[in-house]
Every structure is written in structure tokens, then in C-alpha cells.
Design a protein around this ligand. Structure first.
Ligand code: FES
Length: 318
């Protein structure tokens, strides 16, 4: 996927701490098509690379719309967008890529937490009324981006925490037909709570430190405690003939790429799948959101940007 320039056509305030950006081709050419669930990889003026879900209308090929939550305690990308990116700023972009596609189904439930609304917004717009419902929780109404756009759609329930508390997941999920496909995008806690309660088809995308819904954050296991864990371990890179020590506080990817040039990676947050690496021996400890339960249990593959060793040693096919 090659990097290409897009110009920021407009910057608007979508909600408290949420900016909406429209990115367009500098020559005015039509942009590549995309489908709901897709995201862009964006290289900021500082060189930082971040991923943001597309939240506009796929039929509009003149611009890509992103919604970016400001996270002062994040890794700096959202702060840079909120403070340095202006109309006319040129950003390097890759994509769109879709790892969260809308699968065909008779009925859907969408659950959004905060800025997790961004990939879900084009999904609900693409579906016929009566086939879906959306429960959208946020800190307060003022913090909930795109609430006005959603207010005109049937099947939408807004749940501002300051006045209505958290969404009643037991009530919402308890009444669903078993073949309902549930899409959930939000912070780790929401995803976990939904996974504990729903045994039917479930598609998730995490944000809140770690994911593309329009945010970053330090609190997610994918980029916080997960990847740079408190225990060190040894890693043998079998094809390279190297044995290295992954000290506490460093990621496995960091150590591997320091020794072996050209290691593929992108999000560094455990959700894009680029750094997937074959495990030849040892037990991986997974912190990604890419692998399914069977793949995790097999122990033969892992995302080295966030994964660690469950034990003293790993052997990788690197
Ligand atoms: Fe994206 Fe590891 S770099 S999953």
C-alpha cells in the first residue's frame, strides 16, 4: 500500500473534544472507494502514524471524513491533530483498508462507546430501516459526536452517562434474536462486557488507547500494559540465528526490529495484523484483537507488537 498525499479540506468541531476532518485529493481527483468499517492510516506532520475510521458517506468520492477524539493522555497523535492540523495541511495517507466489514445479516445491533461511533455510522446509514438498532453511549450528550445526524434515524438510542448511566447491556442483549449480528466499537471494557454476555455473532473493534475508531490512548492493553509487560523473556529468532532478551517495558516488536531490518508492522496496537509472526516454540501471550479463539489456542502465531511470552522463552520464525 503506497503513501499518497491528501489535503485537509476542512476542520470542524463535531462534539466536545472531537474534531471532524475532511481529507481530499490535492488535485481534486476522485478518491478510492471504500465500504463501511474501513479506516485510513494517516501520517501526521510530526511523522507519527495513526489510524482513523472513515465515518462519512462512501458515495461521496470527493473527500474522506474522519472524527478524532482529543486524548491529552494519549501518545500525542490526537493532540497533534487538534492543535497543529489546519485547513490546507497535507497528510500522508495509506488505504482505505477494511478489517471491520459489514457482513450480510437479517438483523443487527450496533453498540458504540464514545468515538467508537465512527465506523458504525456509515454502517447504519447503509442498512434499511427496521433491520438494525444502535445503542450509543458517551460521557455526556455534548461529548457524543454525530448525535444530530443519528437523531434523524429510527432505531437509535443515545445513552449519555451523566444523565442516563451506562447502557443496560443485559437488557439490550437479552432480548435479541440469536442470529442478530452484534457490532461493537468502543473501549476495551465495553467490548469485554459485550463478549461476556453475547454468544451470537459478534464483530468488535476496540479503541480507547488502541484503535482506529478515531482515537488512541495509553490505557489499552494493546498499547499500554499489554505490549510492554513487567516480565522479561528470551526470544530466539530462528531464521536469523539470533537470541535476544526482551526486557520489561519493551515490546517484542521493538526488540525484533532493532535486530532484523524490514520487519513488517503498522498499527503497533494489535489490531491491523501486519506484524503477525509464526511461533515455532514457547507459549505466546496474546494481547491483540486480530486472532480468533482457535488461533490463540493453537499458539502457532502471534502479533509481536503487543504479544509477549507466557513463560521464559519464545522461538519465532524470523
Ligand atoms: Fe498491527 Fe501488530 S503492527 S497488529
Amino acid at each position: 500500500m503506497s503513501l499518497f498525499p491528501l489535503t485537509v479540506r476542512s476542520v470542524v468541531r463535531e462534539a466536545e473534544d472531537v474534531l471532524g476532518l475532511l481529507l481530499a485529493d490535492p488535485t481534486g481527483a476522485a478518491l478510492a472507494p471504500w465500504e463501511p468499517g474501513a479506516h485510513l492510516e494517516v501520517t501526521l506532520p510530526s511523522g507519527a502514524v495513526r489510524h482513523y475510521s472513515l465515518c462519512g458517506d462512501p458515495a461521496d468520492r470527493s473527500a474522506y471524513r474522519l472524527g478524532v477524539l482529543r486524548e491529552p493522555a494519549g501518545r500525542g497523535g490526537s493532540e497533534e491533530i487538534h492543535t497543529r492540523v489546519r485547513e490546507g495541511t497535507v497528510l500522508g495517507v495509506r488505504g482505505p483498508v477494511n478489517r471491520f466489514p459489514l457482513v450480510p445479516a437479517e438483523r443487527y445491533l450496533f453498540l458504540a462507546g464514545g468515538i467508537g461511533i465512527t465506523p458504525l455510522l456509515p454502517m447504519v446509514r447503509a442498512l434499511p430501516p427496521g433491520t438494525w438498532s444502535l445503542v450509543y453511549g458517551g460521557r455526556s450528550l455534548a461529548s457524543m459526536a454525530y448525535r444530530e445526524e443519528l437523531a434523524g434515524l429510527p432505531g437509535v438510542t443515545l445513552v449519555p452517562q451523566d444523565t442516563a448511566g451506562r447502557p443496560d447491556l443485559d437488557g439490550v442483549l437479552g432480548g435479541l434474536a440469536p442470529d442478530t449480528v452484534v457490532y461493537c466499537c468502543g473501549p476495551e471494557g465495553l467490548l469485554r462486557a459485550v463478549a461476556e454476555r453475547w454468544r451470537g455473532p459478534l464483530r468488535t473493534e476496540r479503541f480507547g488507547a488502541a484503535v482506529p475508531a478515531g482515537t488512541e490512548s495509553p490505557a489499552s492493553p494493546a498499547c499500554g500494559e499489554g505490549p510492554a509487560g513487567p516480565e522479561g523473556f528470551e526470544v530466539e529468532l530462528r531464521r536469523s540465528g539470533l537470541t535476544l532478551w526482551v526486557e520489561p517495558g519493551r515490546t517484542l516488536l521493538d526488540v525484533v526490529r532493532g535486530a532484523v531490518p524490514g520487519v513488517a508492522y503498522s498499527c503497533e496496537e494489535g489490531w491491523c495484523g501486519t506484524c503477525e509472526t509464526k511461533v515455532l516454540a514457547g507459549v505466546p501471550e496474546h494481547h491483540d484483537t486480530v486472532l480468533g479463539a482457535d488461533e490463540r489456542a493453537s499458539g502457532t502465531t502471534m502479533m509481536i507488537c503487543v504479544g509477549r511470552a507466557h513463560g521464559p522463552r519464545l522461538v519465532l520464525d524470523v
